[in-house]
Design a protein around this ligand. Sequence first.
Ligand code: ATP
Length: 402
Amino acid sequence: MSLNKVSVDDIDVKGKRVLCRCDFNVPLKEGKITDENRLVAALPTIKKLIADGGKVILCSHLGKPKGEPKPELSLAPVAARLTELLGQEVKFAADPEVVGPNAKAAVEAMQDGEVILLENTRYRIEETKNGEAFSKDLASLCDIFVNDAFGTAHRAHCSNVGVSELVDTAAVGYLMQKEIDFLGNAVENPVRPFVAILGGAKVADKLNVISNLLEKCDTLIIGGGMAYTFLKAQGNEIGNSLVDDTKLDYCKEMIEKAEKLGKKLLLPIDSATITAFPNPIDAPVDVEMYDSNNMPADREGCDIGPKTAEMFAEAVKSAKTVVWNGPMGVFENPTLAAGTIAVAKALAETDATTIIGGGDSAAAVNQLGFGDKMSHISTGGGASLEFLEGKELPGVAAATNK
Ligand code: ATP
């Protein structure tokens, strides 16, 4: 899919102040970054801007400080790690108001090819409301804007949409392009058979994704907690499993839609069940396997069973394109992670183009060490889901057209 937007390859940044919105929203534990995939994914664009002689001003949000400075959500650790990853100093412009005296002075003093990082954009209350004052502050710092933050592309905030509207050129970065290329090609122009796999807790979260993907894919696989509402809608006995009774009609509709379109819809045929939800989540559990159409009233399905895992893996084997979003079970518990691991393994072993839709599934694939076996792991869970729903992403739409 070609993105008809001005990209970093189309602009001349030499000697210019370039504000580059990245997604540095990384998990932190006691000030340490525990997963730096998003930082690594941002490097190609940053390196390109440096090499072309831009004055590179990076910005991002981190967590949800809700419009006020929260020291534990400062981007300072990110500046330090980026300095190491780039092999050149990334100066941190600490300002509680993000674009304050420190940031302005730091930008003023920049030489071509230097890099600074602004403070967490969500320290400003306007950020998530796309309020004009902060967008203007950001625009005042730069000559050109580059948006490489796919992870926030489904939101219209100051640091992606607001600022884009106030600058002459708002280009997209390499990561943004790559994400849209992979997800866009998979959905709009897939090499077939195209198998989509959805999991996670709730059907209600993925209504539009299910409906849209059914139209685009050849086989839709549904696992995780959301499968049980489908199974109940088919009249199966699902015991005490997670169910959304308000969505039974929706599930029936989707089952009919699949039939009408001649698409395969695969649901679990067996389940790993427990009687009490683990607390803490990784506490030992007593698992018994049951067929998914006949589960005892006191048992809760918390993972796909081995027969299902085999069936899903078989479907993946013959696929040419696979998109996966959402775990197959309560994968945080080692005993209930087998289904998610089996699907991850099937994806790692296939020659198909494999795309992981971010969030939990991305974390699971990386933790299992299968990261480099996938064609693409999206850096944006929510953004990739909205993309799979067929929605236009405001962060992309706001960029300058070619
Ligand atoms: P992703 O992050 O990959 O986009 P997601 O975050 O959208 O996926 P969620 O809907 O948040 O997925 O669901 C993930 C949660 O679903 C996990 O915490 C997992 O424990 C839980 N889950 C999965 N299967 C079940 C199940 N059978 N019963 C209860 N909870 C489940």
